[in-house]
Design a protein around this ligand. Structure first.
Ligand code: NDP
Length: 237
């Protein structure tokens, strides 16, 4: 089967590292983000002939347009990575409703909608593989991240249910739960203090996560799994 992949949120951070590794492994790729110019730059960095797309995953029409464009220009997608995500950290009493909604829309609903759109392609091709990027806080909880944790915990329930729904169609669905990773999302965090709590003693790099994502994408007998990539952080949370 030809490997045609899409990475939503592939323009920066973890998603970009995933796209880089997938490109090295011979995937034909689409990289999607809200800012087309940033996505184009990321696609250029991959070398080769990869596609850049503007797509807000919180917008169902954008997702439909993205899949139509991918089908025309790349062929049917059989590998999907959902790395688009935002955080609006605050204690629950200080979290605005609009910030709860935006995190749930982008982090949870967005992945549900891209999975739904990709399934049609995967069923036609009699197989496919999906990796959704959750978070260790979706499993363990974290003060100041109630809405974010809810979105990421929800992603686990969603992914495991979908894994059961589509296993007979030879489609696998897995989750990666990263800990603290060096990206724009963690810029400004108190790294020196936080890394003391991480058993491996450092923040992760996007490439650390990318290897785990590609492992799950390509592991033919793993589905419904949540793989934690956090330097041991979950051991102490
Ligand atoms: P970054 O902020 O570095 O990158 C986020 C990516 O998502 C960008 O490509 C951004 O592009 C895209 N994005 C954001 N919102 C949307 C949207 N509505 N539609 C489409 N694309 C969107 O974050 P990370 O790389 O750190 O995060 C990647 C994933 O990993 C996220 O799901 C995050 O929650 C998760 N994660 C990150 C951790 C960390 O420590 N960094 C820890 C645990 C989980 P653009 O802005 O152009 O849309």
């Amino acid at each position: 089967m030809e490997k045609v992949g899409v990475v939503f949120g592939g323009s920066r951070g973890i998603g970009k590292a995933v796209a880089q590794l997938m490109a090295q492994k011979g995937y034909r790729l689409a990289i999607a983000g809200r800012d087309l110019e940033v996505a184009k730059a990321a696609a250029r960095d991959l070398g080769g002939n990869h596609l850049a797309l503007r797509c807000d995953v919180a917008n169902e029409q954008d997702i439909q347009n993205a899949f139509e464009e991918m089908e025309k220009k790349l062929g049917r997608v059989n590998f999907l990575v959902n790395a688009a995500g935002i955080n609006r950290d605050a204690l629950l009493l200080r979290t605005k409703t609009e910030d709860m909604v935006s995190q749930l829309h982008t982090n949870l609903l967005g992945s549900m909608l891209t999975c739904k759109a990709a399934l049609k392609n995967m069923i036609q091709q009699q197989g496919g593989s999906i990796v959704n990027i959750g978070s260790v806080v979706g499993l363990k909880g974290n003060p100041g991240q109630c809405a974010y944790s809810a979105s990421k915990g929800g992603l686990v329930g969603f992914s495991r249910s979908l894994a059961k729904e589509v296993a007979r169609k030879k489609i696998r669905v897995n989750v990666i739960a990263p800990g603290l990773i060096h990206t724009d999302m963690t810029k400004g965090m108190k790294e020196e203090q936080l890394k003391k709590n991480i058993p491996l003693g450092r923040f992760g790099e996007p490439s650390d996560v990318a290897h785990a994502v590609v492992f799950l994408l390509e592991s033919p007998y793993i589905t419904g799994h949540v793989l934690i990539v956090d330097g041991g952080l979950q051991l102490v949370l």
